[in-house]
Write a protein that binds this ligand. Sequence first.
Ligand code: G
Ligand code: MN
Length: 296
Amino acid sequence: PSDANTVEQLIQYADFAMYQVKNSTKGEFNEFDTISYKRDSFLIKKTEMLNKFLDSALTDYHFQPIVSAIDGEVYGYELLMRSRIVDMSSPQEILLLARAQAKLYQIERLTWFEAARTCEYHKGKINGRKIFINSIPNQMLSAVDISRFETLHPNMLGQIVTELTENEKFDTECLKVKQACARNWGSEIAIDDFGTGYNSEALLLAITPQYIKIDMGVVRDIHLDKNRQHILQGLIKYAHDHGIKVIAEGVEKSEEMKILIEFGVDYMQGFYLGLVCPTPIEVAPEIREEIKRFNT
Ligand code: G
Ligand code: MN
């Protein structure tokens, strides 16, 4: 909640700053004098933080397992940004700031290169399994960056699954580049946070992903909610009819997991199965057994 406050404030401040910039003619920097000192210094502090974050790559990438709903084995890992700046730790806030300052490209590049570097370091534990990377739907690596990435990580390309959130505005050009990369690399695409956007179906048709990740909003307490159950059953049927695998996100309870397995989701992710960790972890034996038991 306190975090949401910060983000709310940020939106207001960033909007205001953009408004000021748009409405001032070249050289008229004194327009900014009208911004109150507090607002100004807040934004400047955050801007400096973001610059430092980007210049020095002040982030780690942590791993959360994505688990087979059939046998409980780890199918792959999602790489999640974990900022080292205490006052700027939420990825949500970082993305918001970067968007306001037209620095999303830098975030995209940081994500690909740092996440992949982390994966090379933990190659043994990942052991050939999938690597899910959160890519920004309206950003794409430049041709130079793509070929640099390919040269640095030739043996990892086939393991990568590019996650595209359906929350962000989509860009057709970017999508084409990412689809071309996926073809060249023998890698795959997932739609992230499915069920939270406004044009899920249109997006599915445009992207033809290999996976959809069902948002935790649909998963939460699904065992208690017939409506959620119907939505999920419809989604799974559509996905499977089209050869798309379904990943349920944010699984926190055994009861949720039981229903998800009964309905036939393919993979699951969430605190019940595995926390976000600095190194790739396996599923606890008792959870693995429970998954097998729910399948019989
Ligand atoms: O948007 P995306 O699905 O990429 O976001 C993943 C985020 O969700 C991560 O920041 C991670 O910490 C968080 N997360 C992962 N598993 C769970 C869970 O079981 N419950 C909740 N509330 N959050 C989770
Ligand atoms: Mn994701």
